[in-house]
Design a protein around this ligand. Sequence first.
Ligand SMILES: Cc1cc2nc3c(=O)[nH]c(=O)nc-3n(C[C@H](O)[C@H](O)[C@H](O)COP(=O)(O)OP(=O)(O)OC[C@H]3O[C@@H](n4cnc5c(N)ncnc54)[C@H](O)[C@@H]3O)c2cc1C
Length: 449
Amino acid sequence: MTPMGQNVSSTWSGDFQSPINAPKAADVVIIGGGIIGVSTAYFLAKEGIKVCLCEKGYISGEQSGRNWGFVRIQGRDEREIPMVAESQRIWRYFSSETDIDTGYKEGGCLFTANDEKELQSFNAWLDLAKKYDIPTELLDQEGLRNEVGLAANKWVGGILTRTDGRAEPQKATLAIAKAAEDLGASIISGCSVRGIETSGGRLSRVITEKGAISTSTALCAAGAWSSYFCGSLGISVPQLKVRGTVARTNAVETKINGAIFDRQLSIRKRNDGGYTVAHGSTFDHAITPSSLKYSKKYLRALINEFSVLKLSIGADFFDELAAPKHWDLDKKSPFEMNRVLNPKPNKKTIAQIQKKLGEVYPELRNANIVESWAGMVETTPDVVPVISHIDKIPGFYLSTGFSGHGFGIGPGAGSVISKLIQNKPTIDLGEFRLDRFFDGSPIRIGAGI
Ligand SMILES: Cc1cc2nc3c(=O)[nH]c(=O)nc-3n(C[C@H](O)[C@H](O)[C@H](O)COP(=O)(O)OP(=O)(O)OC[C@H]3O[C@@H](n4cnc5c(N)ncnc54)[C@H](O)[C@@H]3O)c2cc1C
């Protein structure tokens, strides 16, 4: 690897290496090749289930290849803790007992406090950590200095979970996909799923651009496209998107070996020696008809996140308005017209990142940004995912809305979803059902985007 590292954007460019036709039949069809779809395929294939995963663009070409690479339990909503604990077990298992190279390292995750108010806000997590026996430490300035050197001078304290880790988004999902293939899964990129068909009241075929697949079971793990895909089937999924801008630096030597979430600037050590860097509290939300349609359900999330959201209205509003709601399954679908959701990074945010780099992390003052990109984070009204059978279409499952924390929980979610599909649930998924947004349940929010 050169000191510049490998371009992250190589994940979503190049030719698709795919068969001409999809298989005629499969036990389970997975729609979407992000970390959720791919991990589910891996665990199903491990149990000898014939699984076919269809990805419209590149495996890991959207959120799963663009994220910060934090693999953390710290700061999670309580509802996610059992699944993320399972996930951390799997990340460790992949790196210690298999040749699945996800780039996983246990470098710890630090949340920093710029003032006393921020420090107090960590108390809720410290209580949860105690309840679940998670070894989170509260650090004062001196403790911080031992961990991260000069950067500590900016902060009044922080919380650190040393057993949290980091992995390489550029590698992880592709490596798990390869392992699923080695176990017999059929993984097809450049293959949009246009829709599904039912027969006798239950799912019978998944229609792709490379042919129909007969199956009794399908999982929609379509990330930012899930609401649109499900909408075409008459299933309402409250889901909104925010754009996150990310960058990486050249290789630099510092004391910081893990991941730091800081309100001004978050960083994560990369295996190529550089850092993935992002503004800790800036997301762009372009208002769309979906923002208006689901505004009531998102009110609490909007209040919580108001200070980090940059709202705008423009082309995205009209693009969504003009997008077809239904289409013929024997013709090109909207998914083939937009193989990769590839938003442009926000230039102002990049300039801020470069400016803040040396200010917040003095050891990084000579580091240069060598690449920048953006990704759409998709979220539900309570910032917790949906993992649910859709009763309206027996045999159809949905798993989406992982917000800004679906990478770390991905392998665990894949394991849990594979068991759900086999009707052998390992954890209670009641909190993740889609119906919670429609049956009058209160919207409870326990973590940020
Ligand atoms: C900027 C940013 C920073 C983040 N940081 C972190 C972090 O540090 N830690 C963390 O845990 N999480 C993080 N996340 C969140 C994490 O990346 C996501 O929650 C996770 O990757 C979601 O995985 P997924 O498989 O559900 O979706 P995706 O990775 O988006 O995959 C869905 C796939 O479905 C495909 N698809 C859609 N429709 C169809 C169709 N009709 N047919 C075929 N294929 C289809 C898409 O092309 C896409 O590849 C971050 C996200 C972003 C954008």
